[in-house]
Design a protein around this ligand. Structure first.
Ligand code: ADP
Ligand code: MG
Ligand code: MG
Length: 896
């Protein structure tokens, strides 16, 4: 322990007292905190110590230097490990060997790779030979160390090592690493050392202390490497979190046939099934399992059968160790109450745990695990609802391959990450990124992937590899990103030079279309048709739980019957925004719309509007019927009229003919309607003021539809929304008109019906004067797209040219059109809600901007107490879940 006043930079685990805990991730990193937690649980963890993330921060704040007291703290912790292991670091007879492992708070693929067997040199390796009685093992360990340390710490290109190893294998006519003898490895080691000296101009470090500090420095240094920086950017991880370093005594999975190393998930990470799922290799070390050098074997007999493997399962080969491992699995799940991703090593039939963390999983697996764990009593329903990332549901809301469609299957690999994707074949991550940037769907095809490929995997729709198992880099990363992935499709030959994939007599070239199905592992030629997703099973169950918890309603933005039906299927509780202008673009109607706009008299406009009215009425009848008694908010015409104008002379001539006028007049009127800044021009309620007959026609169509549907006994709840209000007067005038039309319709049809008139709050002035506007408005719907544009004074359509610079410069953390700006735009929303409620206590409040489908923005809406959010149909389930989580968080905040 550190003495008073001195910072404690080093925390021991497993050697005597364990100082860390699982909840110390910020300080010890995820790996360190969980190693400590496993040691606390009494699980077999090789003793070691963790240097804190605070030291990483210190390191960068002080020109890459360490605090003076670090040396002593490390020495003390190392001494404790030596004592626990009965071995001494650097000792010629009984050397302690360690691994040096990076570990940030969140798992970060960009960080330094682990160095194993550190402490070996020309002298200590002889000690290891004697103590183990296995020269082959000792030299194999030493060559691995030189290779890892050389590559990871000394930055010697890995090809140099591979070339040497390959030439030795070739000379001796040996196919596998495992075929090499002790003498062979000794020869390899001599060549490795000579090569390193040639490359670096100095010999490979023999002093174990120098090795240790070199590795520690390399871990901290890797926090700022390009890979790590990219990854942090992609995942919103702040640079000041820092990484920890774990130094841990070695256990050996490469000491013979009673040794092994492996990785496992406590439940199936693809399907969520409650079955132990993992892979292992006998007589192997470290990441041999995921490196794709040897084909890994399954842990369980069931796993082996499911994957049609003929290699023996661990359950068969090492039944006793397997039983222990399965016990550990159950204990870890009970303790962490979540699916764990574990790494272990078996040394001479003794199990050691090297890592545990919450496992990454696909969206279907996440749902199944959450629902199952709630049923098993491991967690409650609220916790189950909290566990699902709303954004991940996107994966389930996308089409899957039509089972009836014809598939030209050319190969089958492993179903590594579900979902189907079609796209152009590309072979490099850079190519994937640039093609995707041009708007093309791409499938990234690689022999295997590595952390340098992350950006391309992100850009691709799907990832296909020819090597590697379910726990390969490609598989793990794809699942985390929600990309479809087929891994280990070994029949395919990917040739980077000719940029082709060959299988039998089929050659697929770069740019050809392939389809992969990450749920079956199939690889198909061409694009395959897809079908729409269903909300059923665990998904439906969890959504039901979310619905019990959430306070806000979830509506949809929809104007077509197709969208409205889709949204209902996904659980929408009404329409929050039906944009009537979209109904105008129909080819049947656009002519009449243009006639209306180009008419130069009220009479001409009314004549054209009369043609449109029956269509509009029919639109609304359909929406009301689909929404069966749920509220339907209809926004009266909003966009600048010029959006509907004909642009070609032929179209203009057609309009002239229909309106009984000549081309020249149509052209003149087009010029008249031109605006310099249409977004702030004649649009929204200004249209209703300038051309009242337009809104009047729409109101008549709406109420006509209401009366018609009401006749059949069906409840109808129309909410008529006037857009772009900035003064109460505008609303007064237009509401009076709507009320008059409603009265007239009631008189004409003999029907009475309910309706509301309200406004969109989408201009700062309307937000500020919300108290006054609420005297007339019966509801507010926050149109946060325009409110963001007008608050920032940024046109969304033009923001693309500078927003990336703003994000890079750190001026804006997020695109404010994707996630509601809580401080500025949000403040206006808050203020309008307060002022509106002051005037009209029960005023109905909702949001209909695209933010209504964004989980962070939904949390904001909960904090303002909005009644509902409205979003596009495919985001409805996401919004339902996000609203439930927002309610749960609001609950915790209140209780705090
Ligand atoms: P990553 O963060 O990439 O998973 P790890 O630090 O977990 O890297 O190390 C990778 C692998 O190295 C582990 O899964 C384990 O097989 C091996 N390893 C690490 N430390 C030890 C150790 N002390 N003894 C034996 N093997 C180790
Ligand atoms: Mg790794
Ligand atoms: Mg690991």
């Amino acid at each position: 322990m550190a003495s008073q006043g001195v910072n404690q930079w080093v925390y021991s685990f497993g050697a005597g007292k364990t100082e860390g805990r699982a909840d110390m991730k910020n300080l010890l990193g995820g790996k360190g905190a969980n190693l400590a937690e496993m040691a606390n649980l009494g699980l077999p963890v090789p003793p070691g110590f963790t240097i804190t993330t605070e030291l990483c921060t210190y390191f960068y704040a002080n020109g890459r230097a360490y605090p003076g007291e670090l040396k002593d703290q490390v020495a003390a912790a190392l001494a404790a490990v030596e004592q626990a292991m009965g071995a001494t670091f650097g000792d010629a007879v009984n050397p302690l060997l360690v691994s040096v492992r990076s570990g940030a708070r969140a798992s970060m693929p960009g960080m330094m790779d682990t160095v194993l067997n550190l402490g070996l040199n020309d002298v200590t390796v002889q000690g290891l030979v004697k103590r183990s009685g296995d020269a082959r093992f000792a030299f194999d360990s030493y060559r691995r160390f030189i290779q890892m340390y050389g590559n990871v710490v000394l930055d010697v290109d890995h090809h140099h090592f591979e070339d040497i190893l390959d030439s030795h294998k070739r000379d001796r006519n040996k196919a596998f690493d495992t075929d090499l003898t002790a003498d062979d490895w000794e020869a390899v080691i001599a060549d490795y050392k000579a090569m390193v000296e040639r490359e670096l101009g100095r010999p490979f470090p023999q002093d174990p202390q120098e090795q240790l500090w070199g590795a520690i420095g390399a871990v901290f240094g890797s926090w700022m490497n390009a890979r790590a920086i990219t990854y942090r950017k992609l995942h919103d991880i702040p640079a000041d979190w820092g990484t920890a370093v774990n130094v841990q005594s070695m256990v050996f999975g490469n000491m013979g046939q009673d040794c092994a190393t492996g990785v496992a998930f406590t439940r199936n990470p693809s399907t969520g099934e409650n079955a132990f799922y993992g892979e292992y290799l006998v007589n192997a070390q470290g990441e041999d399992v995921v490196a794709g050098i040897r084909t890994p074997q399954h842990l369980t007999i069931a796993g082996k059968q499911a994957n049609h493997s003929d290699l023996p399962a661990m359950e068969e080969v090492m039944p006793e160790v397997f039983r222990q491992l399965n016990d550990v699995r159950l204990r870890l799940e009970k303790h962490y109450r979540d699916m764990q991703d574990i790494e272990f090593t078996v040394q001479q039939n003794k199990l050691f745990m090297l890592q545990t963390r919450n496992g990454k999983r696909t969206a279907p697996a996440a749902l199944k695990i959450a629902v199952d764990m709630a049923s098993e009593g491991l967690i409650d329903r609220k916790e189950a609802v909290k566990r699902i990332d709303p954004a991940s549901l996107d994966q389930l809301l996308h089409p899957t391959l039509d089972p009836k469609a014809e598939r030209k299957v050319i190969a089958k690999g492993l179903p590594a990450s579900p979902g189907a994707a079609s796209g152009k074949v590309v072979f490099t991550a850079d190519e994937a990124e640039s093609q995707a940037g041009l708007g093309d769907a791409v499938i990234l095809c690689r022999v295997e992937t590595s952390p340098e490929d992350i950006h391309g995997m992100h850009a691709a729709k799907g990832i296909l590899t020819t090597r590697g198992g379910m726990t390969s880099h490609a598989a793990v990363v794809a699942r985390g990103m929600g990309r479809a992935c087929v891994s280990g499709a070994g029949e395919l030959r990917v040739d980077y030079k000719t940029r082709t994939i060959t299988v039998r007599d089929i050659v697929v070239k770069e740019g050809d279309i392939l389809t992969i199905d990450g749920s079956t592992g199939e690889v198909m030629l061409g694009a395959v048709p897809t079908i729409q997703p269903e909300l059923s099973g665990d998904f439906a169950t969890l959504m039901g739980w979310a619905d019990e918890i959430r306070r806000m309603k979830v509506r949809t933005n929809a104007e077509t019957p197709l969208d409205a039906r889709t949204a209902r299927k996904f659980g929408a509780e009404g329409i929050g925004l039906s944009r009537t202008e979209h109904m105008f673009f129909d080819p049947q109607r656009i002519l009449a719309v243009r006639e209306m706009i180009l008419a130069d008299s009220e009479k001409g406009r009314r004549a054209a509007l009369a043609k449109l009215e029956p269509y509009q009425k029919q639109d609304f009848i359909e929406l009301f019927e689909i929404m069966a008694g749920l509220p339907v908010t209809i926004r009266l015409l909003d966009p600048p009229l010029h959006e509907f104008l004909p642009t070609t002379e032929a179209d203009m001539a057609e309009v002239a003919k229909a309106a009984g006028t000549d081309l020249l007049r149509v052209q003149q009127r087009s010029v008249q309607l031109h605006e310099t800044n249409p977004m702030l021009g004649l649009r929204g309620c200004r249209l209703g003021i300038a051309f009242p007959e337009i809104y009047e026609m729409q109101a008549r169509a709406i109420f006509g539809a209401v009366a018609e549907v009401a006749k059949s006994g069906q409840a109808v709840l129309p909410e008529i929304m006037i857009p772009l209000i900035s003064t109460k007067k505008e609303l007064d005038i237009l509401k009076a008109m709507v009320d008059r039309v409603a009265k007239e319709t009631m008189a004409a049809t003999g029907q009475t019906f309910e309706y509301m008139v309200g406004t969109m709050i989408e201009l700062p002035r309307a937000a500020l004067l919300a108290g006054e506007i609420a005297e007339t408005a019966e509801f507010f719907s926050f149109g946060t797209n325009d409110l963001t544009q007008t608050t920032y004074g940024i046109s969304r359509d033009d923001a693309g040219s500078f927003l990336p610079d703003y994000e890079r410069a750190g001026i804006m953390e997020h695109d404010p059109f994707a996630t509601l700006d809580p401080e500025g735009v949000g403040e206006l929303v808050r203020l309008a809600a307060e002022r509106g409620r002051k005037t009209r206590a029960k005023i109905k409040l909702g949001i209909c901007g695209e933010h209504g489908g964004d989980p962070a923005s939904i949390a904001f809406c909960e904090s303002v107490g909005l009644d509902y959010v409205s979003c596009s149909p495919y985001r409805v389930p996401i919004a339902r879940l996000a609203a439930a989580q927002a309610a749960l968080n609001a609950d915790t905040v209140k209780r705090d």
